[in-house]
Design a protein around this ligand. Sequence first.
Ligand SMILES: *Cc1c(COP(=O)(O)O)cnc(C)c1O
Length: 396
Amino acid sequence: MTEKFSGNFTQQEPLPEDAIEAAMVVLRHGRLHRYNVAPGELGETALLEQEFAAQMGAKYCLAVSSGGYALATALRAVGVQPGDPVLTNAFTLAPVPGSIASVGGRAIFVGVTENLTIDLDDLERKLDQARVLMLSHMRGHLCDMDRLMQMCDAAGVIVIEDCAHTMGAAWRGQLSGRQGAIGCFSCQTYKHVNSGEGGLLVTDDEELAAKATMLSGSYMLYERHLAAPGPEVFDRIKYTTPNVSGRMDNLRAAILRPQLRDLDRQVERWNERYRALEAGLRGTPGLTIVERPKEETYVGSSIQFLLLDWSPERIADVLSRCAARGVELKWFGGAEPSGFTSRYDSWRYFDSERMPESDRVLAGVMDMRVPLTFSIEDCQLIARIIRTEVGAVYQS
Ligand SMILES: *Cc1c(COP(=O)(O)O)cnc(C)c1O
């Protein structure tokens, strides 16, 4: 009998009870806007920022309406002007080039290696073309952050980190989002904490923090923030920084706070599932495992493998065979963008040069989400199915 998987790749876990209770408190008092606080009340959003700053070991934190908004705010805060070039990954998701487009910037795409990280040799070649790098830790893969930061520091290139897939991850023990000038996180349903939509931004730079806060729509109420710089810093920038509203609200903040307290445990649960999948896939003929460097502490909320140098027809065959057995794989090599999946040449609002080595990698990238609603046994079953179907097509 052929085994089938019947789980749902887009089903999240319910929110924890303490998050539901915290949400009910906010709903009952009705003060959802972050600056609508009772006398003496600090507000859920300000507390969220204070707690996330402490958790990240950052001086400043700002909560905003989405991860993409955090990225655009970071670009504005570092002074990207219309027409300015911004270096970024060829392998990422559409909100990343989108954030560059939203401030009128011009993306310069940097290639991807077989480890699915930014190609540092390609970056080195392009480093003199821009003063900002929007570094996307796509699908949670961290590049050699030591080499990257050395190169960027030496060239005077400001690094903004897109940590949508690395909340809770680290490079040589330093949390992801803390190497660059600004780290940006998403709290959208498919990321590591879930408020439907939402974003967080951390930095140690007082001026960037003040600008980001004003940009997010603080009016002149920034003194109600608990993880922002002092009023003297705002005095320097408040007349010249526009309000581009994109605040977080107290309802979302209320449900995020308990989830952030539980992040380490969730990371461990993701990694148990990831390790089960990886062990089950290892040794499959024709399939390349993406090896994780020892310096990296990852969060296995999704898994990737490569079918390098396979023809599109054979990859399509694997996809449909797996789908028929209930396993939803995403493929970054498809000619047309579909679902959440697209590639640098799909973003035609920017010019891009062909990158043959990256194209070879992208043509073979298979991707699968790992929701925490899957059990370890589910992951073992999924790996058996992929192994069998990849093997069948490989040998045919
Ligand atoms: C989700 C995501 C974002 C943006 O987050 P939103 O909260 O959806 O705006 C940015 N980068 C990557 C790689 C993402 O997956």
